[in-house]
Ligand binder design. Structure first.
Ligand SMILES: [Ca+2]
Length: 97
């Protein structure tokens, strides 16, 4: 979608996500969100057990005003194979005040 016109303010990306991993998690495990190829959000694994809980993320898209945007979600089980569980829901792009 195209975010209005250049210089427009208030554009935001919101979504909920859950990221679960076990104690074999590392920084090479991650979930991230890219807008037009730029990383706007990342959460990396750690060597602890983490249960999946929904969390809200709110990112300003002001830098992309006037552009057509493509949002991409990536999840990665990097380094050695480990438990990586990711869910994303309620993705919204809107113009707030
Ligand atoms: Ca891994």
């Amino acid at each position: 979608m195209t975010l209005g016109t250049a210089g427009g303010s208030g554009w935001r990306l919101q979504f909920r996500y859950a990221f679960a991993h076990d104690s074999s998690g590392t920084q090479d495990d991650y979930v991230r969100v890219l807008v037009n190829g730029s990383v706007v959000f990342v959460d990396r694994g750690q060597p602890v057990n983490r249960n999946a809980t929904w969390q809200l993320v709110d990112v300003s898209l002001a830098a992309f005003a006037g552009q057509q945007v493509q949002v991409r979600v990536e999840a990665n089980d990097g380094a050695s194979a480990s438990l990586v569980e990711v869910a994303v829901d309620d993705v919204r792009i809107f113009r707030g005040r």
